[in-house]
Design a protein around this ligand. Structure first.
Ligand SMILES: [Zn+2]
Ligand SMILES: [Zn+2]
Ligand SMILES: [Zn+2]
Length: 353
């Protein structure tokens, strides 16, 4: 019976539909807020990190080879580097920190007479409930009570009685004796059953013979206080774009490395970047801001936006080994290596990425 009580608490019975209709009178729709626009930023590209040296290019390759079982390290140590060609690609990122609000009905046993809301007192709009400023650009959910939204009603489970029928004895207060199974006698001895004193029944231990127990929904208080619970969700929505580099190099590798931050702009709402030396970045900025504004400005409120441009270095390393030309790439500030045609590989099918 313990379990029964726990299950009751975990899953409270919802209020009847009619009552919900009566309670659902305040609007739940979010209200868009006027946004302050910043000016279109124009970006000039500063000088970047110094180009890679031959020694650094070799070190990166040796580290790459050491981490792979199928790659021999002799070629990396002995190969003859012919040329280092620095290339560059840009990553644009827009982060939109948004807040959405909705309310759901909740209830609790009503224990404080007089705490009910006076008639005609209307709960505030969800957007007018003050909740404090959350940490920016971090996802989070918070719940709080909407002021002046409480309504007190008779408990719908026990209909205001405070007690509900005992599930173990179905309200009888007694159960069949477990020793004589109701026959009043011990089977073998044909003597009167001692446990039930020959009555064939025993008192229900769950309800102590009362036939009912305290209602788990109102915890015996007979009344419930229904109130609106405000659920606030903050999300950091990210748009990312990497410019084309026209190299024989899988673009998805670039999303895993860091670049040099060359531009950052933060405001309530940012404006598209104009005149970036790489036109695709200005275009991505325009598209990202339009997409985020369409997705979040009507259903939620945009609290802050941040756009960044990073320069991701890529170096093409041309080299010769045993008289034949080869090529590998070093990318990102971490100096990661991509070597498609490394000469010294035993081919057992391990990944080359
Ligand atoms: Zn009982
Ligand atoms: Zn008995
Ligand atoms: Zn109740």
């Amino acid at each position: 019976m313990e379990q029964d009580v726990k299950a009751d608490r975990a899953k409270p019975v919802p209020p009847p539909l009619g009552l919900l209709g009566e309670l659902n009178n305040a609007p739940t729709v979010s209200r868009p807020v006027e946004q302050v626009q910043s000016r279109n930023p124009s970006v000039s590209v500063p000088r970047g990190v110094p180009p890679l040296t031959e020694a650094a290019a070799r070190t990166a390759l040796l580290r790459f080879v050491a981490a792979r079982r199928c790659y021999g390290s002799r070629a990396a140590a002995e190969l003859d580097i012919q040329e280092l060609r620095p290339r560059v690609t840009y990553r644009y990122r827009l982060e939109t920190f948004s807040e959405s609000r909705l309310s759901e009905w909740a209830f609790e046993p009503f224990t404080k007479p007089g705490a009910t809301r006076p008639p005609g007192d209307i709960p505030p709009d969800l957007w007018d409930v003050e909740v404090g400023v959350p940490p920016l650009f971090q996802g989070q959910t918070r719940r709080c009570r909407v002021p002046r939204s409480a309504l007190v009603r008779e408990c719908h489970r026990c209909h205001g009685r405070g007690r509900s029928q005992c599930g173990a004895c179905h309200g009888a207060g007694w159960a069949r004796c477990v020793t004589c199974r109701g026959s009043r006698r011990r089977l073998k001895q044909q003597k009167r059953c001692q446990l039930c004193s020959g009555t064939g029944r025993s008192r229900c231990s769950t309800c102590s013979g009362r036939g009912s127990k305290t209602c788990t929904t109102c915890q015996g208080e007979k009344k419930l206080q229904h109130f609106r619970q405000l659920v606030i969700t903050w999300r950091n929505n990210v748009f990312e774009f990497v410019s084309e580099h026209h190299l024989n190099f899988p673009g998805e590798l670039l999303s895993k490395v860091s670049g040099e931050n060359i531009f950052q702009d933060e405001n309530v709402v940012v404006c598209p970047i104009v005149d970036f030396p790489e036109p695709a970045i200005s275009w991505a900025s325009r598209r990202a801001i339009a997409e985020h504004s369409a997705a979040f400005a009507s259903s939620s409120r945009i609290l802050r936006q941040r756009q960044t441009v990073e320069r991701i270095p890529i170096t093409e390393v041309h080299y010769q080994y045993l008289g034949k030309p080869y090529l590998y790439y070093i990318y990102g500030l971490e100096n990661k290596v991509y070597a498609l045609d490394y000469p010294e590989r035993c081919c057992c099918g391990c990944t080359i990425l």
